[in-house]
Design a binder for this molecule. Structure first.
Ligand code: LFR
Length: 478
């Protein structure tokens, strides 16, 4: 009988239920349900609509029942850093605020009163991002301290959904590392740091690795969806799942690869067996996030396709509908050479991305892009230039030379960007699979079920199961 595994992957604009099976050494996927996601304004804050999302999670599970494809296990992943605080009744205190909300403004300075940035990096190996959980929790402590006082539990968003499904609270390791409160040396919470920041220690329990059984479904959930299954922790941080699914050519080494997990963000890096918390690494703003098998995801956040997604949405609100493919097509015909620093905070959550890009160019005395094609060209070229810079930094830090880059995730379908990436980095680009996050989520469950002999074999199976497209740089093909 076929064994189905269910991945629920919740991204910035949508969530999906994907069933996976292994058949004759190949992974097969089937998307069975899709729903919308987005931050909702609540009392002046940008928030998760956790209630309606949980209803959608259940809807997708009902779809399994309808199809007669009952999973043996399921797991949920979302983006990192966001969390809920629960009281002793399991109710959310305050709101599930999303990371693009500006409540963290100035919270970095608050944290540095207790621990300077360099020491914080040395202890945690996590890059500074103003939205990291450490700054979000400091915002709670400063603005609504009563919530912290009353809190019985602290759960990252996927841990919260797993709790709603099973009644069991687990804190998953990969996502926990993005709080900037975990030590990469001990692999668990840095209690000294937590205490010095005045955060309640009791909120930080034992960490659980991907592959851990959370539990079966609660009676209520079972009755609603019409079946029972195990909930198994995937790497609940979406990027950790995507990195698990970076394909490995059979026989190749897993230590010599570069990847870009390309979606709303572009997460570009490699894997390290030991975290690099050096000053050089901090200055280049690399992070050491926890990965499967405690392999560190040594990477950098690059603003990514969020910029182009925002432009597309804005144009559509003005009645100008373009697909991503059309924006790429128009961009490829432009000759504008202006470039922006994709990691400038001006692009994190601007009211208008188009205005932000124009303003940036105007301030820097660069040609100001005017048409959708020009704006897209500036964004795509800027991203590829940023990738090239990142390759150089990675090579200088690790002392290795990387010949190719694996682009995985939804953005790996952007052919124009893939070619620009190959051209600017002068490396071969392997694009795919596009469904890396869901595949990675499934891999953790499949590995827990002994479908593969470890991560390397699982990645080789990914290579054999999904189409990967190759792009050579112009220089290489000359
Ligand atoms: C990607 C991602 C990144 C994280 C950012 C915020 O979806 O998870 O890895 O830095 O979102 O959580």
């Amino acid at each position: 009988m076929k064994k189905y595994y269910l991945a629920v992957d919740i991204g910035a604009s949508s969530g999906r239920h994907i069933l996976g099976t292994v058949k004759e050494g190949t992974i097969l996927l089937e998307e069975i349900y899709r729903f919308e996601n987005g931050m909702k304004p609540k009392q002046g804050k940008l928030c998760w609509d956790v209630e309606s999302l949980f209803a959608e999670i259940l809807e997708g599970m009902k779809q399994c029942k309808k199809l007669g494809k009952i999973p043996v296990s399921m797991g949920i992943d979302t983006w990192a850093v966001d969390f809920v605080l629960l009281n002793n009744e399991g109710e959310i205190l305050g709101e599930a605020v999303g990371y693009r909300d500006d409540r963290t403004k100035g919270m970095d300075e608050e944290v540095y009163k207790t621990i300077p940035l360099t020491q914080l990096y040395e202890r945690t190996g996590i890059q500074k991002q103003i939205f990291n959980t450490i700054y979000q929790l400091t915002a709670v402590k400063n603005k609504t301290p009563e919530h912290l006082k009353e809190a019985e539990s602290f759960l990252m968003i996927p841990d919260y959904f797993h709790y709603l499904l099973t009644g069991v609270k687990k804190q998953e390791y990969t996502n926990a590392t993005t709080t900037q409160l975990v030590s990469p040396v001990t692999g668990t919470w840095d209690y000294d740091l937590i205490q010095s920041l005045g955060l309640p220690q009791k909120l930080f329990g034992p960490l659980s690795m991907p592959g851990t059984l959370v539990g079966g479904l609660t009676k209520k959930v079972k009755e609603e969806v019409g079946f029972d299954c195990q909930v198994i922790l995937p790497a609940t941080h979406d990027t950790a799942s995507a990195v698990m699914a970076v394909p490995v050519v059979p026989g190749a080494s897993m230590e010599d690869m570069l990847y870009i997990s390309s979606g709303t963000w572009s997460l570009m890096g490699t894997e390290l067996l030991k975290a690099d918390c050096s000053v050089q690494s901090m200055e280049a703003n690399f992070t050491n996030e926890g990965g499967y098998d405690t392999r560190y995801r040594y990477l950098k956040n690059i603003m990514g396709l969020w910029m182009i997604q925002s432009v597309k949405k804005e144009l559509s609100q003005k009645g100008e509908e373009y697909s991503f493919a059309q924006l790429c097509e128009m961009a490829s015909k432009e000759s504008i050479s202006s470039l922006v620093d994709c990691n400038d905070t001006a692009f994190l959550a601007p009211e208008s991305m188009i205005t932000a890009v124009k303003e940036y160019c105007r301030e820097k005395d660069l040609q100001v892009p005017n048409t959708p094609g020009e704006i897209s060209a500036v964004i795509y070229n800027s991203l590829a230039v940023c990738y090239a810079q990142t390759v150089k930094e990675l090579e200088s830090i690790t002392g290795k030379t990387y010949e190719s880059i694996h682009v995985v995730g939804g953005g790996s379908n952007a052919e124009y960007l893939n070619q620009l990436t190959a051209d600017f980095t002068e490396r071969t680009v392997y694009a795919g699979p596009g469904e890396a996050t869901a595949i990675g989520n499934l891999l953790a469950q499949m590995l827990a079920n002994h479908e593969f002999n470890g991560l390397k074999q699982a990645r080789e199976v990914v290579y054999q199961s999904f189409a990967v497209k190759e792009y050579k740089s112009l220089k290489q093909s000359e």
